[in-house]
Design a protein. Sequence first.
Length: 286
Amino acid sequence: MSIHTTPLRKLSVMAGKNGLTDLHIPTITEDAEDVVGRIRLQRDEKTNTSQWMDKQRTNLLAYEYLCHIGEAKEWIEGCLGNEIDSIIQLEETMRNGIVLAKLANWFAPGTARKIFQVRAQKNLNIRNHFYVIKGSKLQFRHSDNINYFFDALKVAELPQIFWFELTDLYEKKNIPKVIYCIHALSHLLARRNMAPNIKNLLGQLQFTNEELNNTQRHLDMIGLPMPNFMNLSCSLLQELDEKVDEKSNYLQTIPASFDLKTPELVIEEGDESDLDSIIETSPEEG
């Protein structure tokens, strides 16, 4: 997997299609006086230059990562036709695999015949801090939802170099790799005319200073390099070893046991206090 090596990304790259005119990153940029469409990095006069550059470097990394989460979120919503949790919440709420299992059924119907979720999940947002309370504790069976997604990736023939490990998501060991996988999947499905293109939102989203700092803290805790999102499309083509006009045999790779018609979705609900109450049903049982 390709890794970022450039310490400070050029703002012209981050601005996307609209150029730098509308680019604003809290704590990083400010409007330049008397110059239309010009921005500049902002620096506290009391701050040492090297310390300031280090701060901007880390803030840019956190900002870029949050934008990539936003891109994945918007793409998933476009596929499923409904909203999912916010960018800031998504790292936590994706861990139960429910969203990914639903996405699996969307692009590879039948791969997720049962989706496990705990009854009475409640989300609480206090001052931009996200809490999952009562009945929403992760359980081992949530890992089944993630494994359904892996089954769907096999059907779609996404090269394994773009996959993440179960613990990367379930134990939150490497969420950036999960987001990278979703981006790779979006490129693959769009290439096969099976999904919309994922958008470039760099320079178009804004986050608070607190959100940037919290995100950077989380990335520091992981201690792993950020995947190279910018070069993803080229990396995918190299791994697929396909010509631009080559037809995919995607549908031919779906096992006979999978119904190409989207099956009736069965949600297994579990109660933390009584795991024996989990309903064991399948679409065939009606």
